[in-house]
Design a protein around this ligand. Structure first.
Ligand code: HEM
Length: 179
């Protein structure tokens, strides 16, 4: 997993819970990297799981809600660093459909070792887009937060229905419906 995700995560933890909590989850996490992340480095996804678990223990919040909150926060970083991806799309559905075939493709050119999910997208009604998330990392909560913030960026109102297609969360269906 790319360093930008780790630096963004620790930035959020510091902002919301303070520097001491950052220190504690790094110290108690026994992380192979020692918690020294650079945005262009690459680190094991297991370290993110460790940090999330540590934060969950400190805050008494469950990992899925923390991961979603992180996505809502992290979207601002993506918007700041990659505004061109948001500007070129004509609305939320166009943007969401472009993640698989354009955005993450460009991301992979920049970072050949990026660990990205796959999205299968399909219009299932005039106002409904189906997005099927697949990833070994089972980060659908992260996907949901990013989707919500992206849709808000375009000022659109939608509902998001979600269904696990695999019990382990590695394949999840989202139905995004404009209201
Ligand atoms: C400007 C737009 C975007 C950019 C530049 C971007 C870039 C990235 C980067 C750099 C990573 C980390 C890869 C790694 O750790 O190796 C990532 C992961 C991820 N992205 Fe995107 N992304 C964008 C939008 C989105 C949106 C809107 C979604 C939601 C549908 C999304 C879903 C995900 C998920 C779920 C992951 C975590 C990895 C996984 O689940 O396997 N991305 N993305």
């Amino acid at each position: 997993m790319k360093g930008i995700v780790f630096t963004g995560f620790l930035e959020m933890v510091e902002e919301k819970y303070g520097y001491e909590v950052v220190d504690q989850i790094i110290d108690e996490g026994n992380l192979p990297s020692g918690g020294a992340y650079t945005s262009v480095g690459t680190y094991s996804h297991a370290e993110m799981v460790q940090l999330l678990t540590g934060l969950s223990q400190k805050t008494n919040k469950d990992v899925p809600s923390l991961l979603k909150a992180f996505a809502l926060y992290f979207f601002d970083t993506l918007e700041k660093n990659y505004p061109q991806f948001l500007e070129r799309a004509n609305g939320a559905f166009d943007f969401l459909e472009s993640i698989e075939n354009y955005i993450h493709v460009e991301v992979r050119k920049l970072y050949p070792d990026a660990e990205l999910p796959t999205f299968e997208t399909k219009m299932v009604a005039d106002n409904s887009l189906e997005m099927i998330y697949t990833s070994e990392r089972a980060m659908a909560d992260f996907a949901e937060g990013l989707m919500e913030r992206a849709i808000a960026y375009y000022g659109e109102k939608v509902t998001i229905a979600r269904k696990k297609l695999r019990e382990d969360g590695k394949r999840v269906q989202f139905i995004v419906t404009k209201v």
